[in-house]
Design a protein around this ligand. Structure first.
Ligand SMILES: C[S@@+](CC[C@H](N)C(=O)[O-])C[C@H]1O[C@@H](n2cnc3c(N)ncnc32)[C@H](O)[C@@H]1O
Length: 380
């Protein structure tokens, strides 16, 4: 049912999924330090119904914002929400609380009309984008690629919502691989959105700021936050325990890489290419691993994945004469061991190294010899 909802929405290019305040709070609490002294733009947001506008206007002082700009796309369907009856697209600017009541009063918000319909690609919206330091919103799903391309073109920092599938898009994966964008904290989740009134679904009470309103709601699976702001999560190292054996880690038949079925099973002592489930992107730390490519399609062909037993470019395994294609793999390689890596000593004990070695730009073909740690009384 949830998948059907997403597909129907995509096909009809109905992009009216309204983000709940609680989901915005749960993600943005990790980025607070980034907002100090910054101009934030929410450019797919009708301020009358957008919880992004609500979050930033009510937290303006707490975050130490310089300015908040919100642009509203003229809604073609005026029946979406009862209060959304605007004929023209508008944009707002807010410089914070002036009368010390800690609330964004209407007289404190500058309301301006746009000439066009508020399309984020229009020149007048691009001029507002140029003013922004950080863009934060849930953009239309159907225009996600174009939306990200524009942010990259104007070199903007951002925190945005998209479909988890986007990691496989030919114009998004290279950005992740080249460490230009990464996943936020809340990833690949089924999120509940407020939906248009004409949507067939349950009605629930949803918090909009300090008001509780009855809204149609829809659950959409595979929702992920994307960002290019530095967050602690992407520096967290995955602790690896398993050792490589040929038997446990079979190689693909059409690409020189081993297959690993769960992220916890990535071997600590294998430095060749490894195929892992795409959920790996969620724990990807570019200091520990490099992303090599995806396991299927034209991007896979570009890194040398050959056609498989079905004649498709999709990495495949042949185990005991049975062929199969593991689902949705991406290909990674571990960077060279460094301080803190667990390594095997000549006595078979596992220790952490304490020698500081910078990661190389690309990992060596073979594992480094383990450096026993003198502190633990093991002779070099
Ligand atoms: C997924 S909804 C999210 C709305 C709001 N950002 C939120 O999170 O509650 C995407 C919004 O983008 C608007 N939109 C669609 N096409 C647009 C465009 N070309 N430029 C700007 N906004 C657009 C839609 O009307 C819709 O309100």
């Amino acid at each position: 049912m949830a998948n059907q909802n997403l597909n129907a929405a995509k096909n009809a290019k109905k992009d009216e999924f309204y983000t709940q305040l609680v989901d915005i709070e749960n993600e943005l609490k990790h980025y607070k330090a980034h907002f100090k002294g910054k101009t934030v733009l929410c450019n797919c947001d009708d301020p009358r119904i957008s919880n992004f506008f609500h979050y930033f206007s009510y937290n303006f002082e707490q975050l130490g914002l310089e300015k908040l700009i919100t642009t509203c796309y003229k809604n073609q369907n005026r029946d979406l929400f009862s209060q959304n009856d605007s004929e023209r697209a508008i944009w707002l600017e807010y410089f914070g609380d002036k009368n010390n009541n800690r609330v964004p009063d209407p007289e404190e918000i500058g309301i301006h009309y746009l000439n066009g319909d508020g399309d984020f690609r229009s020149q007048e919206c691009i001029e507002l984008l140029k003013e922004a330091d950080i863009v934060v919103t849930n953009p239309p799903f159907s225009l996600f690629r174009e939306y990200v391309a524009q942010l990259m073109k104007y070199e903007k920092k951002f925190v945005i919502i998209g479909s988890h599938n986007a990691i496989h898009y030919s114009d998004i994966f290279p950005l992740i691989k080249n460490d230009l964008i990464w996943l936020g904290y809340n990833t690949n989740q089924t999120m509940t959105f407020a939906m248009p009134n004409n949507y067939i679904g349950e009605v629930k009470e949803i918090r909009y700021g300090d008001k509780i309103e009855k809204r149609k709601i829809g659950k959409v699976p595979g929702i992920t936050w994307f960002t290019n702001l530095d967050i602690a999560k992407r520096h967290e190292e995955l602790i690896l325990y398993r050792k490589y054996t040929e038997k446990e880690y079979p190689k693909y038949e059409n690409f020189d890489a081993i297959n690993v079925n769960t992220i916890q099973d990535i071997p600590l002592d294998y430095y060749g290419i490894i195929g892992v489930p795409d959920t790996f992107v969620d724990v990807y730390n570019p200091e520990q691993f490099e992303l090599i490519g995806v396991g299927s399609g034209s991007m896979a062909a570009s890194i040398g994945v050959k056609k498989n037993y079905r004649g498709r470019t999709d990495i495949a395994l042949c185990i005991n004469g049975v062929n199969k294609c593991p689902y949705s793999r991406i290909l990674i390689r571990r960077r060279q061991q460094r301080t803190g890596d667990v390594v095997e000593t000549c006595h078979g004990a596992s220790l952490r190294t304490n020698q500081s070695k910078p990661y190389p730009q690309s990992a060596p073909a073979l594992p480094m010899a383990a450096e026993p740690d003198a502190e633990y009384g093991v002779k070099k």
